[in-house]
Design a binder for this molecule. Structure first.
Ligand code: BG6
Ligand code: MG
Length: 220
């Protein structure tokens, strides 16, 4: 009998797989076509942010005013380019020690959710062969409000049947940490601790997270 009341929610891009670099390449290609540069620093603003909002920010950076038709075309173009970059992704692109953590939680029958802004989440999890670890997938197709709104994580908690305050969220984006905190969940920043200073706990990556630490988070 599973009497565990804790749920774990994982962001996808930058937490499970390093797809941030492919998002960056696709946005940079569009920026170049539109005649301006798009830097790695500017890409930080795109993490955790919906595709639509990313394009709005990109056009602001380039000082470009788009018609609705152009906007829609560029949204599609970016995604077509992004899909080409991720087409051949495989398990080698899973970030270090992510499978170890998923396996540990799964063996303990702890419910696991994906909470991602991406509309490409499911095919990516399929490509890297991790889909079966997740009890539920909540992604950009299921939400009306993007991170930092807590909606994506609150839906995930509900689908897991776990109280929000007993959910643990792994996030690499400032917007994602804000969303987890707004949902009254335990936020764990994966990446740069200075950037993710609002997180309850910070780790560079999953190699720094011990199984003993995970145990401390699990409420019985
Ligand atoms: C987030 C990424 O996970 O998903 C963002 O951090 C991205 O950079 C967003 O814009 C939406 O992704 P997609 O795959 O639907 O364009
Ligand atoms: Mg992310």
């Amino acid at each position: 009998m599973n009497n565990i009341k804790t749920g774990f929610i994982f962001d996808l891009d930058g937490v499970i797989v390093d797809t941030a670099k492919y998002h960056y390449l696709a946005w940079r290609k569009l920026a170049h076509e539109l005649g301006f540069e798009f830097t790695h620093e500017q890409n930080e603003l795109f993490k955790g942010v919906s595709r639509k909002r990313c394009l709005e920010i990109l056009l602001d950076i380039g000082g470009i005013k788009a018609t609705q038709e152009q906007f829609d075309t560029w949204m599609i173009e970016k995604n077509v380019d992004y899909l080409a970059y991720i087409e051949n992704m495989n398990a080698s692109e899973i970030l270090p020690d992510v499978p170890k953590v998923l396996e540990y939680l799964k063996n303990k029958n702890i419910p696991i959710a994906l909470g991602s802004a991406s509309k490409n989440a499911k095919p990516i999890l399929e490509k890297v062969n991790l889909l079966s670890y997740f009890n539920t997938i909540v992604d950009g197709n299921n939400v009306t409000k993007a991170k930092p709104d807590p909606e994506v994580f609150l839906i995930a908690a509900e689908q897991l049947g776990v109280a929000p305050s007993n959910c643990i969220v792994f996030e690499d984006a400032v917007a994602g940490i804000e969303a987890a905190n707004a949902a009254h969940m335990v936020s764990i920043g994966i990446g740069d601790a200075n950037t993710l200073s609002e997180a309850k706990y910070n780790f560079k990556d999953f190699t720094e997270i011990s199984l003993a630490f995970l145990d401390t988070l699990i409420v019985h």
